[in-house]
Design a protein around this ligand. Structure first.
Ligand SMILES: *Cc1c(COP(=O)(O)O)cnc(C)c1O
Length: 397
Protein backbone atom coordinates (compact mmCIF):
# COMPACT_ATOMS: atom_id res chain seq x y z
CA UNK A 1 0.00 0.00 0.00
CA UNK A 2 1.24 3.45 -0.76
CA UNK A 3 0.07 6.86 0.35
CA UNK A 4 -0.07 9.21 -2.62
CA UNK A 5 -0.97 12.44 -0.84
CA UNK A 6 2.41 13.95 -1.74
CA UNK A 7 4.37 16.63 0.06
CA UNK A 8 2.69 19.90 -0.83
CA UNK A 9 -0.31 21.02 1.24
CA UNK A 10 -3.36 20.63 -0.97
CA UNK A 11 -6.32 22.99 -1.18
CA UNK A 12 -9.58 21.49 0.09
CA UNK A 13 -11.12 20.57 -3.28
CA UNK A 14 -7.92 18.76 -4.30
CA UNK A 15 -7.53 17.11 -0.91
CA UNK A 16 -11.11 15.76 -1.17
CA UNK A 17 -10.23 14.01 -4.45
CA UNK A 18 -6.78 12.65 -3.55
CA UNK A 19 -6.23 13.01 0.20
CA UNK A 20 -5.67 9.90 2.29
CA UNK A 21 -5.60 7.55 -0.69
CA UNK A 22 -3.70 4.31 -0.02
CA UNK A 23 -3.18 2.37 -3.28
CA UNK A 24 -2.77 -1.37 -3.26
CA UNK A 25 -0.21 -3.15 -5.44
CA UNK A 26 -2.71 -3.15 -8.33
CA UNK A 27 -2.49 0.62 -8.73
CA UNK A 28 -6.25 1.13 -8.90
CA UNK A 29 -7.49 4.62 -9.79
CA UNK A 30 -10.46 4.64 -7.45
CA UNK A 31 -10.06 3.88 -3.77
CA UNK A 32 -10.28 0.16 -3.03
CA UNK A 33 -13.03 -1.32 -0.90
CA UNK A 34 -11.49 -3.69 1.65
CA UNK A 35 -14.46 -5.76 2.76
CA UNK A 36 -12.54 -7.78 5.29
CA UNK A 37 -13.03 -8.38 8.99
CA UNK A 38 -9.46 -9.33 9.73
CA UNK A 39 -5.91 -9.50 8.40
CA UNK A 40 -3.39 -12.33 8.15
CA UNK A 41 0.23 -12.33 9.26
CA UNK A 42 3.19 -14.04 7.58
CA UNK A 43 4.46 -15.42 10.87
CA UNK A 44 3.50 -15.71 14.51
CA UNK A 45 6.30 -13.27 15.25
CA UNK A 46 4.73 -10.72 12.87
CA UNK A 47 1.37 -11.10 14.66
CA UNK A 48 3.08 -10.60 18.01
CA UNK A 49 4.91 -7.50 16.76
CA UNK A 50 1.73 -5.96 15.38
CA UNK A 51 -0.18 -6.54 18.61
CA UNK A 52 2.68 -5.04 20.61
CA UNK A 53 2.57 -2.01 18.35
CA UNK A 54 6.18 -2.59 17.24
CA UNK A 55 5.08 -2.90 13.61
CA UNK A 56 2.45 -0.84 11.82
CA UNK A 57 -0.51 -2.54 10.17
CA UNK A 58 -4.15 -3.44 10.54
CA UNK A 59 -5.34 -5.99 13.12
CA UNK A 60 -9.12 -6.15 13.03
CA UNK A 61 -11.75 -3.98 11.32
CA UNK A 62 -13.43 -3.06 14.63
CA UNK A 63 -10.19 -1.16 15.35
CA UNK A 64 -9.40 0.06 11.87
CA UNK A 65 -9.59 -0.95 8.21
CA UNK A 66 -7.77 0.44 5.14
CA UNK A 67 -10.93 1.83 3.50
CA UNK A 68 -12.20 3.29 6.77
CA UNK A 69 -8.77 4.79 7.45
CA UNK A 70 -8.76 6.48 4.01
CA UNK A 71 -12.08 8.11 4.92
CA UNK A 72 -10.72 9.23 8.30
CA UNK A 73 -7.53 10.63 6.73
CA UNK A 74 -9.49 12.59 4.13
CA UNK A 75 -11.77 14.02 6.84
CA UNK A 76 -8.68 14.98 8.90
CA UNK A 77 -7.34 16.96 5.93
CA UNK A 78 -10.67 18.75 5.52
CA UNK A 79 -11.06 19.58 9.20
CA UNK A 80 -7.40 20.28 9.98
CA UNK A 81 -7.48 17.60 12.70
CA UNK A 82 -4.59 15.41 13.82
CA UNK A 83 -6.64 12.24 14.16
CA UNK A 84 -10.13 10.82 13.66
CA UNK A 85 -12.34 7.79 14.22
CA UNK A 86 -15.19 6.93 11.85
CA UNK A 87 -18.40 5.61 13.37
CA UNK A 88 -21.47 3.71 12.17
CA UNK A 89 -23.76 6.75 12.48
CA UNK A 90 -23.75 10.34 13.63
CA UNK A 91 -25.32 9.30 16.92
CA UNK A 92 -22.59 6.70 17.48
CA UNK A 93 -20.12 9.58 17.07
CA UNK A 94 -21.96 11.81 19.57
CA UNK A 95 -22.40 9.02 22.13
CA UNK A 96 -18.78 7.87 21.88
CA UNK A 97 -17.30 11.38 21.90
CA UNK A 98 -19.19 12.24 25.10
CA UNK A 99 -19.16 8.94 26.96
CA UNK A 100 -15.44 8.28 26.45
CA UNK A 101 -14.48 11.34 28.50
CA UNK A 102 -16.89 11.38 31.46
CA UNK A 103 -17.51 9.32 34.59
CA UNK A 104 -20.09 9.33 37.41
CA UNK A 105 -20.02 12.63 39.26
CA UNK A 106 -18.93 14.67 36.22
CA UNK A 107 -21.09 17.44 34.76
CA UNK A 108 -21.95 18.31 31.14
CA UNK A 109 -23.29 21.66 29.93
CA UNK A 110 -25.11 21.67 26.60
CA UNK A 111 -26.97 24.16 24.46
CA UNK A 112 -30.67 23.34 24.76
CA UNK A 113 -31.37 23.56 21.01
CA UNK A 114 -30.10 20.09 20.20
CA UNK A 115 -30.87 17.22 17.88
CA UNK A 116 -33.33 15.17 19.98
CA UNK A 117 -31.16 12.05 20.18
CA UNK A 118 -28.20 14.11 21.44
CA UNK A 119 -30.38 15.35 24.28
CA UNK A 120 -31.34 11.73 25.06
CA UNK A 121 -27.69 10.65 25.23
CA UNK A 122 -26.82 13.48 27.62
CA UNK A 123 -29.91 13.47 29.84
CA UNK A 124 -30.90 9.82 29.86
CA UNK A 125 -27.94 7.60 28.93
CA UNK A 126 -25.26 9.61 30.70
CA UNK A 127 -27.73 10.62 33.43
CA UNK A 128 -28.26 6.95 34.28
CA UNK A 129 -24.49 6.58 34.56
CA UNK A 130 -24.38 9.36 37.16
CA UNK A 131 -23.30 12.23 34.90
CA UNK A 132 -25.11 15.49 35.69
CA UNK A 133 -26.21 17.90 32.98
CA UNK A 134 -27.39 21.49 32.55
CA UNK A 135 -29.02 22.91 29.41
CA UNK A 136 -28.56 26.56 28.50
CA UNK A 137 -29.66 28.98 25.80
CA UNK A 138 -26.53 28.60 23.67
CA UNK A 139 -26.60 32.21 22.47
CA UNK A 140 -26.54 33.61 26.03
CA UNK A 141 -22.89 33.57 27.17
CA UNK A 142 -23.91 34.44 30.75
CA UNK A 143 -25.91 31.23 30.92
CA UNK A 144 -22.81 29.23 29.90
CA UNK A 145 -20.77 31.01 32.60
CA UNK A 146 -23.44 30.45 35.25
CA UNK A 147 -23.81 26.77 34.40
CA UNK A 148 -20.15 25.87 34.90
CA UNK A 149 -19.23 23.93 38.04
CA UNK A 150 -15.93 22.61 39.39
CA UNK A 151 -16.92 19.16 38.07
CA UNK A 152 -17.88 20.37 34.57
CA UNK A 153 -15.93 18.18 32.16
CA UNK A 154 -17.59 18.74 28.79
CA UNK A 155 -19.64 21.34 26.94
CA UNK A 156 -21.63 20.38 23.87
CA UNK A 157 -23.34 22.43 21.18
CA UNK A 158 -24.43 22.43 17.57
CA UNK A 159 -24.40 25.55 15.39
CA UNK A 160 -26.39 26.44 13.41
CA UNK A 161 -29.03 24.67 15.44
CA UNK A 162 -31.79 22.38 14.27
CA UNK A 163 -34.34 23.49 13.11
CA UNK A 164 -34.35 27.24 13.76
CA UNK A 165 -30.74 27.86 12.59
CA UNK A 166 -29.64 29.83 15.66
CA UNK A 167 -25.91 30.58 15.54
CA UNK A 168 -23.80 30.12 18.67
CA UNK A 169 -20.50 31.97 19.15
CA UNK A 170 -18.14 28.97 19.22
CA UNK A 171 -14.97 30.92 20.04
CA UNK A 172 -16.63 32.70 22.98
CA UNK A 173 -18.10 29.47 24.39
CA UNK A 174 -14.73 27.72 23.98
CA UNK A 175 -13.00 30.42 26.01
CA UNK A 176 -15.59 30.22 28.81
CA UNK A 177 -15.47 26.44 28.92
CA UNK A 178 -11.67 26.29 28.92
CA UNK A 179 -11.54 28.63 31.94
CA UNK A 180 -12.64 25.70 34.12
CA UNK A 181 -10.57 23.13 32.25
CA UNK A 182 -13.55 21.56 30.46
CA UNK A 183 -13.58 20.58 26.79
CA UNK A 184 -15.88 21.77 24.05
CA UNK A 185 -17.44 19.25 21.64
CA UNK A 186 -19.17 20.72 18.56
CA UNK A 187 -21.69 18.94 16.33
CA UNK A 188 -20.88 20.62 13.00
CA UNK A 189 -23.48 18.88 10.80
CA UNK A 190 -25.57 21.93 9.90
CA UNK A 191 -22.57 24.15 9.14
CA UNK A 192 -20.73 21.45 7.13
CA UNK A 193 -16.91 21.17 7.16
CA UNK A 194 -16.86 23.46 4.10
CA UNK A 195 -18.26 26.52 5.91
CA UNK A 196 -17.15 26.15 9.52
CA UNK A 197 -13.99 24.85 11.24
CA UNK A 198 -14.76 24.49 14.96
CA UNK A 199 -11.22 23.33 15.84
CA UNK A 200 -9.76 26.61 14.59
CA UNK A 201 -12.43 28.47 16.62
CA UNK A 202 -11.26 26.76 19.82
CA UNK A 203 -13.37 23.59 20.00
CA UNK A 204 -11.55 20.48 21.21
CA UNK A 205 -13.58 17.84 19.39
CA UNK A 206 -15.76 17.98 16.26
CA UNK A 207 -18.33 15.37 15.32
CA UNK A 208 -20.34 14.79 12.15
CA UNK A 209 -23.24 12.75 11.03
CA UNK A 210 -21.66 11.79 7.69
CA UNK A 211 -25.16 10.58 6.78
CA UNK A 212 -25.96 14.17 5.82
CA UNK A 213 -23.82 16.29 3.45
CA UNK A 214 -20.79 13.99 3.45
CA UNK A 215 -22.71 11.15 1.82
CA UNK A 216 -25.07 13.74 0.37
CA UNK A 217 -26.87 11.24 -1.80
CA UNK A 218 -29.13 9.53 0.70
CA UNK A 219 -27.39 6.14 0.72
CA UNK A 220 -25.78 5.19 4.00
CA UNK A 221 -25.35 6.16 7.62
CA UNK A 222 -22.02 7.17 9.07
CA UNK A 223 -20.27 9.49 11.47
CA UNK A 224 -16.84 10.75 12.42
CA UNK A 225 -15.08 12.17 15.49
CA UNK A 226 -12.12 14.48 14.92
CA UNK A 227 -9.67 15.92 17.44
CA UNK A 228 -6.03 16.19 18.45
CA UNK A 229 -3.94 13.03 18.55
CA UNK A 230 -3.54 13.48 22.31
CA UNK A 231 -7.28 13.72 22.96
CA UNK A 232 -7.98 10.63 20.88
CA UNK A 233 -5.14 8.63 22.44
CA UNK A 234 -6.16 9.58 25.98
CA UNK A 235 -9.96 9.41 25.68
CA UNK A 236 -11.27 7.66 22.61
CA UNK A 237 -8.71 5.10 21.43
CA UNK A 238 -9.41 2.31 23.94
CA UNK A 239 -13.12 3.16 24.34
CA UNK A 240 -13.58 2.88 20.57
CA UNK A 241 -11.74 -0.44 20.23
CA UNK A 242 -13.64 -2.09 23.06
CA UNK A 243 -17.17 -0.77 22.48
CA UNK A 244 -17.15 -1.11 18.66
CA UNK A 245 -19.11 1.80 17.13
CA UNK A 246 -16.97 1.30 13.99
CA UNK A 247 -18.07 2.27 10.50
CA UNK A 248 -18.44 -0.58 8.01
CA UNK A 249 -15.82 -0.54 5.22
CA UNK A 250 -18.60 -0.49 2.62
CA UNK A 251 -20.16 2.66 4.08
CA UNK A 252 -16.68 4.17 4.53
CA UNK A 253 -16.05 3.63 0.82
CA UNK A 254 -19.36 5.31 -0.09
CA UNK A 255 -18.58 8.28 2.16
CA UNK A 256 -15.01 8.51 0.83
CA UNK A 257 -16.40 8.86 -2.69
CA UNK A 258 -18.94 11.38 -1.34
CA UNK A 259 -16.07 13.57 -0.13
CA UNK A 260 -14.79 13.93 -3.71
CA UNK A 261 -17.84 16.02 -4.59
CA UNK A 262 -18.58 17.55 -1.16
CA UNK A 263 -17.11 21.03 -1.87
CA UNK A 264 -19.01 21.32 -5.16
CA UNK A 265 -22.27 20.03 -3.72
CA UNK A 266 -22.23 22.17 -0.57
CA UNK A 267 -21.45 25.32 -2.58
CA UNK A 268 -24.27 24.66 -5.03
CA UNK A 269 -26.76 23.78 -2.28
CA UNK A 270 -25.78 26.87 -0.29
CA UNK A 271 -26.26 29.10 -3.34
CA UNK A 272 -29.73 27.61 -3.82
CA UNK A 273 -30.61 27.95 -0.12
CA UNK A 274 -29.59 31.63 -0.18
CA UNK A 275 -31.68 32.24 -3.32
CA UNK A 276 -34.66 30.48 -1.73
CA UNK A 277 -34.32 32.43 1.53
CA UNK A 278 -34.28 35.75 -0.35
CA UNK A 279 -37.16 34.69 -2.54
CA UNK A 280 -39.34 33.63 0.40
CA UNK A 281 -38.48 36.76 2.39
CA UNK A 282 -39.40 38.89 -0.62
CA UNK A 283 -42.69 37.12 -1.28
CA UNK A 284 -44.55 38.92 1.50
CA UNK A 285 -46.37 35.68 2.29
CA UNK A 286 -44.04 34.29 4.94
CA UNK A 287 -44.21 35.40 8.58
CA UNK A 288 -40.51 34.74 9.31
CA UNK A 289 -37.53 33.51 7.26
CA UNK A 290 -34.50 32.22 9.16
CA UNK A 291 -31.26 32.03 7.19
CA UNK A 292 -27.87 32.78 8.81
CA UNK A 293 -26.57 34.28 5.55
CA UNK A 294 -29.22 37.03 5.58
CA UNK A 295 -28.66 40.32 7.35
CA UNK A 296 -32.05 40.09 9.07
CA UNK A 297 -31.00 36.89 10.87
CA UNK A 298 -30.66 37.65 14.63
CA UNK A 299 -27.17 36.07 14.76
CA UNK A 300 -25.96 37.27 11.36
CA UNK A 301 -22.88 39.04 12.80
CA UNK A 302 -21.64 35.85 14.48
CA UNK A 303 -22.45 33.81 11.37
CA UNK A 304 -20.34 36.16 9.26
CA UNK A 305 -17.46 35.85 11.70
CA UNK A 306 -17.36 32.09 12.04
CA UNK A 307 -18.97 30.68 8.89
CA UNK A 308 -17.81 30.94 5.30
CA UNK A 309 -21.40 31.19 4.04
CA UNK A 310 -25.01 30.79 5.17
CA UNK A 311 -26.07 27.18 5.16
CA UNK A 312 -27.71 24.63 2.89
CA UNK A 313 -30.82 24.88 5.08
CA UNK A 314 -33.53 27.50 5.36
CA UNK A 315 -36.25 27.64 8.03
CA UNK A 316 -39.44 29.63 7.61
CA UNK A 317 -42.72 30.13 9.39
CA UNK A 318 -46.14 30.26 7.73
CA UNK A 319 -48.73 32.28 9.60
CA UNK A 320 -51.50 29.69 9.26
CA UNK A 321 -49.94 27.21 11.73
CA UNK A 322 -49.94 23.45 11.19
CA UNK A 323 -52.78 23.58 8.68
CA UNK A 324 -50.90 25.99 6.40
CA UNK A 325 -47.60 24.12 6.85
CA UNK A 326 -49.22 20.81 5.87
CA UNK A 327 -51.04 22.30 2.87
CA UNK A 328 -47.81 23.94 1.74
CA UNK A 329 -45.79 20.70 2.08
CA UNK A 330 -48.44 18.60 0.36
CA UNK A 331 -48.54 21.00 -2.60
CA UNK A 332 -44.81 20.61 -3.32
CA UNK A 333 -43.92 18.39 -6.26
CA UNK A 334 -40.14 18.58 -6.71
CA UNK A 335 -39.29 19.10 -3.04
CA UNK A 336 -39.94 15.91 -1.06
CA UNK A 337 -41.30 15.56 2.47
CA UNK A 338 -38.60 13.92 4.61
CA UNK A 339 -36.88 14.38 7.95
CA UNK A 340 -33.39 14.00 6.41
CA UNK A 341 -31.11 16.81 5.21
CA UNK A 342 -27.99 17.51 3.19
CA UNK A 343 -29.25 15.33 0.34
CA UNK A 344 -29.01 15.90 -3.43
CA UNK A 345 -32.81 15.94 -3.31
CA UNK A 346 -34.44 18.98 -1.71
CA UNK A 347 -36.30 17.91 1.42
CA UNK A 348 -38.86 19.65 3.61
CA UNK A 349 -39.63 18.87 7.25
CA UNK A 350 -42.36 19.95 9.65
CA UNK A 351 -40.34 19.75 12.90
CA UNK A 352 -43.28 20.16 15.32
CA UNK A 353 -44.91 16.89 14.19
CA UNK A 354 -41.78 14.89 13.30
CA UNK A 355 -38.22 15.50 14.51
CA UNK A 356 -39.28 17.59 17.50
CA UNK A 357 -42.66 16.01 18.34
CA UNK A 358 -41.35 14.51 21.60
CA UNK A 359 -40.59 17.90 23.13
CA UNK A 360 -43.15 19.36 25.54
CA UNK A 361 -45.12 22.18 23.88
CA UNK A 362 -43.56 24.77 26.21
CA UNK A 363 -40.04 23.58 25.33
CA UNK A 364 -40.92 23.78 21.62
CA UNK A 365 -42.20 27.31 22.16
CA UNK A 366 -38.99 28.23 24.00
CA UNK A 367 -36.96 26.94 21.04
CA UNK A 368 -39.09 28.88 18.56
CA UNK A 369 -40.51 25.75 16.92
CA UNK A 370 -44.00 26.93 16.05
CA UNK A 371 -46.70 24.87 14.33
CA UNK A 372 -46.16 26.85 11.13
CA UNK A 373 -42.39 26.29 11.02
CA UNK A 374 -40.87 24.35 8.12
CA UNK A 375 -37.23 23.41 7.54
CA UNK A 376 -36.02 23.12 3.95
CA UNK A 377 -32.78 21.38 2.95
CA UNK A 378 -31.76 22.66 -0.49
CA UNK A 379 -30.67 19.94 -2.92
CA UNK A 380 -28.91 19.92 -6.26
CA UNK A 381 -31.90 20.52 -8.53
CA UNK A 382 -32.00 23.61 -10.79
CA UNK A 383 -32.89 26.40 -8.38
CA UNK A 384 -35.50 27.77 -10.81
CA UNK A 385 -37.46 24.53 -10.48
CA UNK A 386 -37.27 24.80 -6.70
CA UNK A 387 -38.48 28.42 -6.74
CA UNK A 388 -41.39 27.50 -9.03
CA UNK A 389 -42.27 24.58 -6.74
CA UNK A 390 -42.27 26.88 -3.69
CA UNK A 391 -44.33 29.52 -5.52
CA UNK A 392 -46.97 26.95 -6.46
CA UNK A 393 -47.09 25.72 -2.85
CA UNK A 394 -47.45 29.28 -1.54
CA UNK A 395 -50.39 29.76 -3.87
CA UNK A 396 -52.02 26.66 -2.38
CA UNK A 397 -51.89 27.95 1.21
C1 LIG B 1 -28.65 13.64 11.78
C2 LIG B 1 -27.95 14.32 12.88
C3 LIG B 1 -27.32 13.59 13.91
C4 LIG B 1 -27.39 12.10 13.97
O1 LIG B 1 -26.80 11.46 12.88
P1 LIG B 1 -27.21 10.00 12.35
O2 LIG B 1 -26.22 9.73 11.28
O3 LIG B 1 -28.62 10.07 11.89
O4 LIG B 1 -27.05 9.07 13.52
C5 LIG B 1 -26.67 14.30 14.90
N1 LIG B 1 -26.63 15.65 14.89
C6 LIG B 1 -27.22 16.37 13.92
C7 LIG B 1 -27.14 17.86 13.98
C8 LIG B 1 -27.90 15.74 12.89
O5 LIG B 1 -28.48 16.47 11.94
Amino acid sequence: MSDTTGKRALRPATAMVHGGTMRSGFGETSEALFLTQGFVYDTAEAAEARFKGDEPGFIYSRYSNPTTRMFEERMMLLEGAEDARATASGMAAVAAALQCQVKAGDHIVAARALFGSCRYVIETVLGRAGVESTFVDGRDLDQWRAALRPNTKVAFLESPTNPTLEVIDIAAVAEIVHSVGARLVVDNVFATPIWQKPLTLGADVVIYSATKHIDGQGRCLGGVILSSKDWIDENLHDYFRHTGPSLSPFNAWTLLKGLETLPLRVRAQTDSAARIADHLAGSGKIARVLYPGREDHPDHAIARRQMGAGSTLVAFELSGGKDAAFRFSNALEVIKISNNLGDAKSLITHPATTTHKNLAPEVRAELGIGDGLLRLSAGLEDVEDLLEDLEAALAAV
